[in-house]
Design a protein around this ligand. Structure first.
Ligand code: HEM
Length: 315
């Protein structure tokens, strides 16, 4: 996807296919989004198979939808590819769960992921990232986009309590879940790729939890922490912990690599910004924040309206 918006162009919003992955992989969706924000803040699309959806693109409208689970539920899936299918993990998988249960699981998880809580990991993460980048200095080709796929595992692996020997395989599986139609990751058909990867990931985390329970071993990893979370007064089942572990792996692995490669690409396109940051490293924390915003690794997600809702000038 083009990160830097290309030139404005004539667009017929009625003909735009927001479901077409090419728009995001090879195309430039920015002028489309601009036009939607300006002319069709509540945009309707019907797919050839009859499924339909409404898109909101204005900040206030998006905040309203995401902020009100009573009107807009997550429990029927939150990614557009699931449109029209009931989510089998509703009320169990964190992303497909509404409050209060969502808050009860999310809050203790979030408390382990604040900047302060992860500070104790900072030195070891920094050392691993330096080791990861060292080969870039040897003058050989260093394919950052390919290699960055492993970066989130370098950070979240220790947090989750997952040994480094397993990172590469888990990264491959999360990529298969997110992009089952990508020939780079595909195993057989798209459906088979998704089913195999989902099964392997959930089995991996379930086995991890079972081994921990059997050994009675304690540590301060996130997965171990999940074993002590008690939403509604009852502990999470192994399956629920496995699905939460799956969410964290997926959440980290399919987003942050694009932030890394997209930010570096933006700096290559704007060498003066690179020079500034190189001359004054105190700019780097802001550069990272801006990289997160600029690259916007998650550019759409979905909610179901529970009832008819007036929004963005329509219902
Ligand atoms: C550039 C980095 C990232 C971006 C752009 C991003 C984006 C998002 C978005 C948009 C959602 C909300 C989806 C929805 O409500 O439908 C989400 C949820 C989530 N993300 Fe991330 N994420 C990033 C990094 C991470 C990392 C590093 C982790 C793990 C350590 C993670 C774990 C999760 C989890 C567990 C959820 C579900 C939380 C919930 O339902 O409350 N994400 N992410």
């Amino acid at each position: 996807m083009r990160l830097t918006p290309g030139p404005a162009r004539d667009i017929d919003l009625d003909a735009v296919d927001l479901f077409d992955l090419d728009l995001y992989t090879a195309g430039d969706p920015h002028p489309v989004w601009d036009l939607m924000r300006a002319r069709a803040p509540l945009h309707h699309q019907v797919l050839p198979d009859g499924r339909e959806f409404w898109s909101l693109t204005r900040y206030e409208d998006v905040c309203r939808v995401l902020g009100d689970h009573r009107e807009f539920t997550s429990e029927r899936g939150t990614v557009p590819t699931h449109l029209g299918q009931d989510d089998v993990a509703a009320g169990v998988l964190l992303t497909s769960t509404d409050p209060p249960r969502h808050t009860e699981v999310r809050r203790p998880l979030g408390s382990k992921l604040t900047a302060r809580a992860v500070r104790s990991w900072e030195d070891s993460i920094r050392r691993t990232v330096v080791r990861f980048l060292e080969p870039a200095l040897d003058g050989e080709v260093f394919d950052l986009a390919e290699r960055a796929l492993l970066l989130p595992a370098i950070v979240t692996g220790p947090l989750l309590g997952i040994p480094d020997k397993d990172w590469a395989e888990l990264v491959q599986l999360t990529a298969m879940v997110t992009a089952p139609s990508d020939p780079h990751f595909q195993l057989g058909s798209e459906a088979a790729t998704l089913a195999i990867a989902h099964h392997e990931l959930v089995t991996y985390v379930t086995d991890w939890v079972k081994r921990r329970r059997a050994s009675g071993e304690q540590d301060d990893s996130l997965l171990h922490h999940l074993m002590s979370v008690r939403p509604g007064g009852a502990p999470l089942s192994d399956e629920e912990i496995a699905l939460d572990g799956y969410s964290i792996l997926l959440g980290a692995n399919v987003t942050t690599p694009h932030t890394v490669s997209g930010t570096v690409q933006a700096l290559i396109e704007r060498p003066e910004q690179f020079d500034k940051a190189q001359a004054d490293p105190t700019l780097i924390p802001n550069l990272v924040e801006e990289g997160l915003r600029w690259t916007s690794a998650a550019c759409n997600f979905m909610r179901y309206a529970v009832t008819d809702v007036p929004i963005a000038g329509g219902v």
